[in-house]
Design a protein around this ligand. Structure first.
Ligand SMILES: Nc1ncnc2c1ncn2[C@@H]1O[C@H](COP(=O)(O)OP(=O)(O)OP(=O)(O)O)[C@@H](O)[C@H]1O
Ligand SMILES: [Mg+2]
Length: 508
């Protein structure tokens, strides 16, 4: 008898339906799995056999064939253990079609018949729900993740015997409700901009960066507060919407970074990988592919502290995702795509000793300085919209009792500037000024003659690339939005040009 069980596999961070077909027939006893399984699925035979036997159910000594359809895609991971076991239980009459049809099964088995959690439950359940499936049987420990999808019925099970009992008696079914779109956000009270004394120009640049979702590099001497300010950036970013949270949670689900109590990610990601990070840890990949840091920073910030200390080839891989907002990894027989729409924030000293350009303490030779700076390539620097210098703050600023502006009040301006962008781009697929293409720039960043003359002069005298020219226009658009004016005036252009001037100071 053949039974068909609905399950799912993952490609990137999207699930796709896999039908697990189980055929038990007379013949020499065997147990074969076909349909491009990887080695962990082939090992599933041993787990399923022992789990059924150790649940005091007689394992059929017959010819068992399992097919994972569609047979053309490679399947990975142990999540098919449970659907295979359910298919066998169905075929030998312990369960029947009324218990299993139209239901989704997924889970790993241990030899004693317990059901263990698997990675990627959220994208798998979300996709199956979109395909019309409403009932889900999953490991108990993945329950809260699946409950993020509304209007479905979920049963969390922890062993084969519990599964059989619950299915036969329709027990322990949770009906998920429509989720509230407003998420209770977690606020980090310890990282507030009110702690940062002085540095008004850097704070202004950071506000512009977040408002238009641009990229920024902070350059300055040691101890000038670069790391301190970068760490405070999440506190001025708008709260996540439910859709954004869900997208981030799917990525964390595939990486097994979700604990049962805290299933929905409610904080904007702030990823700050160490400079020794490898190429594949940054971009994602591996034998069983997993998203890397650039995807874990999706809808949040990727902070690269001490930028020139990163290996140059590791930095170069950022060039494509910075332009496209996703990364595609090609493997022997498949490709996976992960979203990577992050804001790049980098910080660096201008030379090995750190004091070049800011005080006469610098002890580096010009050769050492250019070697250090050249670790950051021209094309990467060209992709960064805003370059800003954080200079050593003076004693008066440090001693002053004047309280600096709080994150909350900066955030209000950011939210307003983003609302203007949402309104302007509401019928397009653009979210922020930083995403404007060359064609969009012509449409949305119209300049007066005066502004145009200023930009022309800068373009010629600063020998700017076309990309830099476009970036100046996008940043100027954001500056105008912060001021709530539709026209980009020369003063906005001038400020945006100033944010492209450090490469001339340091790199030429
Ligand atoms: N503007 C500031 N207001 C208040 N405290 C500051 C300021 N700048 C620096 N500090 C203090 O100095 C410490 C060091 O700053 P931080 O680590 O951010 O410097 P940095 O610029 O990243 O230096 P490095 O180049 O060595 O990494 C901070 O933890 C903070 O206590
Ligand atoms: Mg630092």
């Amino acid at each position: 008898m053949i039974s068909k069980i609905i399950s799912s596999a993952i490609n990137g961070i999207s699930g796709y339906i896999v039908n697990v077909e189980v055929d038990i027939s007379q013949g020499l006893p065997s147990f074969d799995i076909v349909g491009l399984p990887d080695s962990s699925i082939r090992e599933s035979k041993e787990r399923v056999r022992s789990a059924i036997k150790n649940s005091n159910i007689e394992f059929p000594i017959k010819k068992i064939t399992i097919n994972l359809a569609p047979a053309s895609t490679k399947k990975e991971g142990p999540s098919f253990d449970l659907p295979i076991a359910v298919g066998i239980l169905n075929s030998i009459g312990i369960l029947n079609n009324t218990h299993t049809s139209d239901k989704f099964f997924c889970g790993e088995l241990s030899l004693d018949g317990c059901i263990k959690p698997v990675s990627g439950i959220l994208p798998m359940v979300h996709n199956a729900y979109k395909k019309g499936i409403k009932k889900f049987i999953i490991p108990k420990e993945n329950l809260s993740e699946a409950c993020l999808i509304h209007n479905i019925q979920v049963m969390g099970v922890s062993s084969i015997l519990e599964l059989i009992h619950n299915l036969k008696h329709n027990l322990n079914i949770i009906k998920t409700k429509k989720s509230n779109n407003l998420i209770h956000q977690e606020v980090d009270e310890y990282n507030d901009f009110s702690d940062v004394k002085g540095q008004e120009s850097v704070k202004r640049a950071l506000e512009i960066t977040v408002s238009g979702s641009h990229n920024i590099v902070l350059i300055g001497p040691p101890g000038s507060g670069k790391t301190m300010m970068a760490k405070r950036l999440p506190s001025i970013m708008p709260y996540l919407t439910f859709e954004e949270s869900l997208e981030i949670t799917k990525i964390y689900s595939v990486c097994e970074l979700i604990d049962n109590k805290n299933s929905l990610i409610k904080k904007r990601p702030f990823r700050s990988p160490h400079h020794t990070i490898s190429y594949s840890a940054l971009t994602g990949g591996g034998r069983i592919p997993k998203p890397g840091e650039i995807s874990l920073a999706h809808n949040g910030i990727l902070f690269l502290d001490e930028l020139p200390e990163f290996h140059r080839n590791v930095l170069e891989v950022l060039r494509q995702p910075l332009e496209d907002n996703y990364i595609t990894i090609s493997r022997a027989n498949s490709t996976v795509t992960y979203p990577s729409n992050f804001m790049l924030v980098a910080s660096m000293n201008p030379c090995p000793c750190g004091y070049y350009g800011s005080s006469n303490k610098c002890t580096c030779s010009s050769n050492e300085i250019s070697k250090y700076l050249n670790k950051v390539s021209g094309p990467l620097l060209d992709r960064i919209d805003i370059q800003v210098e954080s200079s050593k703050i003076n004693y008066d600023d440090l001693e002053s009792n004047k309280k600096s502006e709080s994150s909350k009040s900066i955030k209000n301006r950011v939210i307003n500037a983003q609302k203007i962008q949402q309104e302007r781009y509401k019928n397009t697929n653009i979210n922020f000024n930083s995403e404007l293409s060359a064609k969009d720039i012509e449409k949305y960043c119209k300049l007066s003659k005066e502004s145009n003359d200023l930009l022309k002069q800068a373009f010629e005298s600063m020998n700017l690339s076309i990309r830099a020219y476009h970036k100046i226009l996008k940043v100027a658009r954001t500056i105008a939005d912060i001021e709530n004016t539709e026209n980009i005036s020369p003063i906005h252009i001038a400020e945006a040009i100033q944010y492209r001037s450090l490469d001339r100071k340091y790199w030429s």
